[in-house]
Design a protein around this ligand. Structure first.
Ligand code: PAF
Length: 282
């Protein structure tokens, strides 16, 4: 596996490497990221992962500075996962000038996480656009844990005519259901024990809706209240259509329940897709 730090070197290395399968990351890798790399393995002749903590997607006052930088460990994991090339630029390489030209995300980015993290999806769309221009992948892998991000990337590719197939990879969970995330490492022992409640709350909503519940507002409010009563500062628990993240109405098919909330100074997100049961099609 090769570790490359500059755009020029990467372009030279990848010139004849197609088909390229790309795994963009911010490092501090866990099994969720490695599942992306493993999925990429079957999709390209050359698997490229990027590791870059992108300042543009951290809203002011958030955890950019404390985000763990663990390049050596990350490279060892990626090598074991069958990655061929790691691109790990520094900030000057990615942003040699102030990034005045930015990518404006689609409307669906304004809600859910977007309404709590101003500028976040613009930062994501901008860096992913730059990475796509540099790596020129044939296929790129993104985790379904960041469900709204996956929608933003799909819209980006469609609307800016990137010839890149976007693959959404299932969330990898700890045995107690907690979705794997680099931010789980910030949790204290007590917060870590509490953290799986988010997944359980979403499971409760999913089971109720799949079982025929129709009062979505009451269901979502109860899930939020349950989390809040255990010390969570809830950003949202929401039931949306999978295709465009529009608010779900009784009778809609193909739904997803999404949640985000804070335990202390750590923000966690999760989501679960619902089965398209025939009872909800009425
Ligand atoms: O999902 C992430 O880790 C980041 O948002 C991404 C896609 C690597 C862009 O910085």
């Amino acid at each position: 596996m090769e570790l490359i730090h500059t755009v020029a070197e990467l372009r030279a290395r990848l010139a004849n490497a197609h088909p390229i399968a790309f795994v963009p990351t911010m490092g501090n890798l866990h099994q969720g990221h490695l599942a992306l790399a493993t999925a990429a393995r079957g999709r390209g002749k050359c698997v490229v992962a990027s590791i870059f903590v992108n300042r543009l997607q951290f809203e002011p006052g958030s955890d950019f500075e404390r985000y763990p930088r663990t390049l050596a460990e990350d490279c060892a994991k990626l090598e074991r996962a069958g990655c061929d090339v790691v691109f790990a630029p520094d900030e000057r390489e990615m942003y040699p000038q102030p990034q005045e030209i930015v990518v404006s995300p689609p409307k669906l980015a304004e809600q859910l996480c977007g309404s709590f993290r101003p500028g976040h999806f613009q930062g994501v769309a901008t860096v992913v656009t730059k990475l796509f221009h540099v790596v020129v992948p044939d296929v790129a892998m993104f985790g379904k844990k960041d469900y709204q991000q996956l929608h933003v990337i799909r819209a980006l590719v469609r609307q800016l005519n990137f010839a890149i197939e976007i693959v959404g990879v299932e969330t990898v969970r700890e045995p107690d259901g907690l979705a794997m995330s680099s931010r789980n490492g910030y949790l204290s022992g007590a917060e870590r024990a509490e953290a799986p409640r988010l997944n359980r709350a979403l499971q409760g909503v999913r089971a109720a809706v799949e079982g025929g519940a129709r009062d979505f507002d009451a269901l979502l409010a109860a899930a939020s209240a349950e989390l809040a009563s255990h010390g969570w500062r809830v950003d949202y628990v929401a039931l949306r259509t999978r295709s465009d993240l529009a608010a779900a109405r009784p009778g809609d098919r193909d739904l997803v329940v999404l949640g985000a909330g804070w335990l202390g100074s750590t923000r966690l997100i999760d989501n679960l897709e619902l089965a398209a049961g025939p009872d909800r099609a009425r």
